[in-house]
Design a binder for this molecule. Structure first.
Ligand code: SAM
Length: 311
C-alpha cells in the first residue's frame, strides 16, 4: 500500500477503499495515469479495508438485516478507514466545514453533484471532497459527471463487494452502467481514469478532451476556430468521428479522399457529418442534448431520409 500524501498538495487526490488493493497495481503502472502520477498531477492512494478490522479472520462482512441472500460490508471497518482519511461520518459532516457554511438551497442548485449536498469538509473550508460509493444502484457516471468530479480537490471511492455496503458513509452512489459487477474495483478504476485525464496538464493537448466523444457543449467552449461553425469547435455532446492513419489503403479499404487532400475546411465538415452519422446510428439519445447548428440539423434530416430510403 502506498503512503497517503497530505491534502495540502495542489494535485487532485483519490482515495480508494477496497478489500482487493492488489487489483489496482497494474492500473497505476501504465499509460497516462502512470505519467500523471509520476508528474504529481494526481495522487491515488489505495486503502485495504481489512487493515481496519480487529479479529483474527479480518472480517469485513456480516449478514443483512431483514434476511435474504449474501453478505453486506460492515460499517465499522469502513468507519475506521474513513476516519484514518480524516473523513467524519455523514451525519457529522453535515454540521462541519463547508457544508455548514453553504446554505442548503445553494447546495441544491449548484449542479449535478450538489443535490447530494454532503460536502465532506472537516478540514479546511476550501476542501471540496466527495465520498462516493460505487454501486449498480447509483446515478449514471457520465462524461459530464467526470467533469464535475475533476473540479473537486479530493474524491474517496468506496468499492463494494458481496451484496453491497452499509450506506451510512457515502455522499452519493455512482454506477458505471446498467449491469452488475462482482465488485466496485473496476468501477473505481473507470472513474479515476475518466476524471484524471480531464485534469490540467494530464493530456498532452489540453483541447483533446473537448474534441472527443461527449466533449463539452459548444456554449462552454471559448476557443475560437476561424471559419468553423461554432458547433464544430468541440464534440458538443456527440460521439467522436472515425480516425484513420497510414496506409491510405489497407485490406481492400481506402480512406476517403477528403482526409487526404489537405482541405482543412472539407475535413472538418466530413468529420462533423461522421459524428452526426455515428451518433444517430449508435446513440440517438445524445442528439437531444447536443449543441447542434442549423447546418447540423439539415444534415441530420438528410441522413435520416437516406436511412429511411434504404429500409
Ligand atoms: N446487490 C447489488 C445490486 O443488486 O445492486 C449488487 C452488488 S454487486 C454484486 C457488488 C458490488 O459491485 C457493489 O456493491 C458495487 O460496489 C459494485 N458494482 C456492481 N455493479 C456496479 C456498477 N454497475 N457500477 C458501479 N459499481 C458496481
Amino acid at each position: 500500500m502506498r503512503k497517503p500524501v497530505p491534502l495540502s498538495s495542489v494535485c487532485m487526490r483519490f482515495d480508494i477503499v477496497t478489500i482487493f488493493p492488489g487489483f489496482f497495481t497494474s492500473f497505476f503502472e501504465n499509460g497516462i495515469l502512470r505519467r500523471a502520477l509520476a508528474e504529481g498531477l494526481v495522487t491515488v492512494d489505495v486503502h485495504d479495508l481489512r487493515a481496519f478490522t480487529h479479529d483474527r479472520h479480518r472480517t469485513v462482512d456480516d449478514r443483512p438485516f431483514g434476511g435474504g441472500e449474501g453478505m453486506v460490508l460492515k460499517p465499522a471497518p469502513l468507519a475506521e478507514a474513513l476516519a484514518s482519511l480524516d473523513i467524519a461520518p455523514k451525519a457529522e459532516r453535515q454540521y462541519q466545514g463547508v457544508a455548514s457554511v453553504v446554505p442548503q438551497e445553494l447546495q441544491k442548485e449548484g449542479g449535478a453533484l450538489a443535490p447530494e449536498g454532503m460536502l465532506a469538509g472537516n478540514s479546511a473550508p476550501s476542501t471540496r471532497t466527495r465520498v462516493i460509493l460505487l454501486s449498480a444502484q447509483g446515478r449514471p457516471f457520465t462524461q459530464a459527471m467526470a467533469r464535475e468530479l475533476a473540479a473537486l480537490d479530493r474524491v474517496v471511492l468506496l468499492c463494494g463487494r458481496y451484496e453491497g455496503v452499509n450506506e451510512i458513509y457515502c455522499d452519493m452512489e455512482l454506477s458505471i452502467g446498467d449491469y452488475v459487477l462482482s465488485g466496485g474495483e473496476l468501477a473505481a478504476a473507470v472513474v479515476v481514469d475518466a476524471v484524471m485525464r480531464l485534469l490540467p496538464g494530464v493530456l498532452g493537448n489540453e483541447a483533446s478532451s473537448e474534441f472527443e466523444s461527449f466533449g463539452v457543449a459548444d456554449a462552454e467552449i471559448d476557443t475560437d476556430v476561424v471559419g468553423v461553425p461554432r458547433s464544430q469547435h468541440g464534440a458538443g455532446g456527440l460521439l467522436d468521428y472515425p480516425h484513420y492513419t497510414r496506409p491510405a489503403e489497407f485490406a481492400g479499404s481506402r480512406v476517403t479522399e477528403t482526409l487526404l487532400n489537405g482541405d482543412h475546411h472539407g475535413i472538418r465538415l466530413w468529420r462533423r457529418e461522421q459524428q452526426l452519422r455515428k451518433t444517430l446510428a449508435n446513440r440517438p439519445d445524445l442528439l437531444e442534448h447536443s449543441a447542434l447548428s442549423k447546418e447540423d440539423r439539415k444534415l441530420l434530416d438528410t441522413i435520416r431520409q437516406e436511412t429511411d430510403n434504404r429500409e
